[in-house]
Design a binder for this molecule. Structure first.
Ligand code: PLP
Length: 412
């Protein structure tokens, strides 16, 4: 089995072979001789026809592999899904299947539905969960009779008690939390969930398969906002879910009916971005570490949050769960929102934008972006203070990022 970096580059590509007689195997070469694309083409086609009706019937009936209709699947999307599958479960140890979605939220909605989170069910969810996931659970699933209980997932005993008390259908966590970068103990949480018959759904957007493969640690469904690190260039909205049986079949079935599949152009962009995932992540991890270290020495910063720093609550657990410490950090400025805004407005190189995982360094103010919808008291309790800043390190030279942050800090 090729290594992660090699799989990221080659996996999934439908490399159309050359015919033995020198004719292009992909049919008519347009009179320009033998050729074969090395990059899977963008198959902009809503439907696919076959040799005869009997074959169409077999494909629609699931007896033969093939493409029929773009809401079900598409060759460009399939190339991305195969690449994702090999990154999540390279040895096919768990019969994993991966599915691409039009956004991370579409993937999460399908994952929850596939885990049979429906009328009368209870879901346990991490208190620190991404705001829109929490709102999805409370508003959309809540309206159809789902009860969501939030729990501190960094206290595994509390999760075990909550599982015993509520018999939830699913436990929803994030491998690395936003914006304090807490690291979840996935194997223990998987055990806790399974003890009560619940599925463990892990949002691995911040981790990516480069840092962690949650399915190998016991998770049942992994969800990504591929808009972030997987695609990596700030130019595409995409989502993904990788699941093991029996959830994999359910994810595919729900996606077919709800129609959240990714389009072929976006799949092609995401697949292209994923080829450099290991290179980008390596650099982003190094940059985040360097910026964190430099910031710990700056007066006016109350604290810096990054799993590589000694004082981080999960500094010991992080190396067991992650292959590196990630591309994100956050820090708290003295002076609350006013100081935070002054800092953000003074940035010249780093981009002020409420996203993460791009080649550009992106800096945001969680209290007015990702956590805006939460009541101030809940934000405060979760440690999302008014002076908190989140940095998603890009791939620029670390000296340039640090100098921009330092000049902006001087203006505070
Ligand atoms: N999960 C996490 C951890 C996120 O940060 C985000 C978006 O910021 C999402 C899910 C949702 O992803 P998308 O915006 O692609 O729907």
């Amino acid at each position: 089995m090729a290594r992660f970096e090699t799989r990221a580059v080659h996996a999934g590509e439908h490399r159309i072979g050359h015919a033995a007689d020198g004719e292009a195997a992909d049919g008519e070469a347009g009179g320009r001789g033998d050729f074969a694309p090395i990059s899977t083409p963008i198959y902009a086609s809503t439907t696919f026809s076959h040799h005869d009706m009997e074959q169409t019937d077999r494909i629609l009936g699931g007896e033969e592999a093939g493409y029929s209709y773009a809401r079900y699947d598409n060759p460009t999307v399939a190339a991305l899904e195969e690449a994702l599958r090999t990154l999540e479960d390279p040895e096919e140890e768990r019969e994993t299947a991966a599915f691409a979605f039009s956004s991370g939220m579409a993937a999460m909605h399908t994952a929850l539905t596939a885990a049979e989170v429906g009328s009368g069910a209870t879901v346990l969810a991490a208190e620190q969960l991404y705001g829109s996931t929490a709102t999805l659970l409370l508003q959309i699933f809540g309206a159809s009779g789902v009860d969501t209980k939030f729990v501190d997932v960094y206290d595994v005993e509390a999760v075990e008690r909550a599982v015993a008390e509520h018999s939830p259908r699913a436990l929803v966590i994030e491998s690395i939390s936003n914006p304090l970068l807490r690291v979840a103990d996935v194997p223990r949480l998987a055990e806790a969930a399974h003890a009560g018959g619940a599925a463990l759904i892990v949002d691995n957007t911040f981790g990516t398969p480069y840092l962690q493969r949650p399915l190998a640690l016991g998770a049942d469904i992994v969800v990504h906002s591929a808009t972030k690190y997987l695609a990596g260039h700030g130019d595409v909205s995409a989502g993904a879910a990788a699941a093991v049986p029996p959830y994999a079949g359910a994810v595919e079935g729900v996606r077919k009916l709800t129609g959240g599949i990714l389009g072929p152009f976006e799949a092609w962009l995401t697949l292209r971005g994923m080829k450099t995932l290991p290179l980008r992540m390596q650099r982003q991890c190094e940059n985040a570490r360097e910026i964190s270290n430099r910031l710990t020495a700056v007066p006016g910063i109350v604290r810096v949050n990054h799993p590589a720093l000694k004082g981080h609550p999960d500094a010991e657990l992080a190396p067991e769960m992650l292959s590196d410490t990630g591309g994100l950090l956050s820090f708290e400025l003295e002076g609350g929102r006013e100081a935070a805004f002054r800092f953000l407005n003074a940035l010249q190189l780093c981009v002020r934008a409420p996203s993460l995982g791009d080649v550009y360094t992106l800096i945001t103010h969680p209290a007015t972006s990702s956590h805006r919808e939460l009541p101030a008291s809940r934000r405060e309790r979760l440690g999302v203070k008014e002076g908190l800043i989140r940095v998603s390190a890009g791939i620029e030279h670390p000296g340039d990022i640090a100098e921009d942050i330092e000049q902006a800090l001087q203006k505070v």
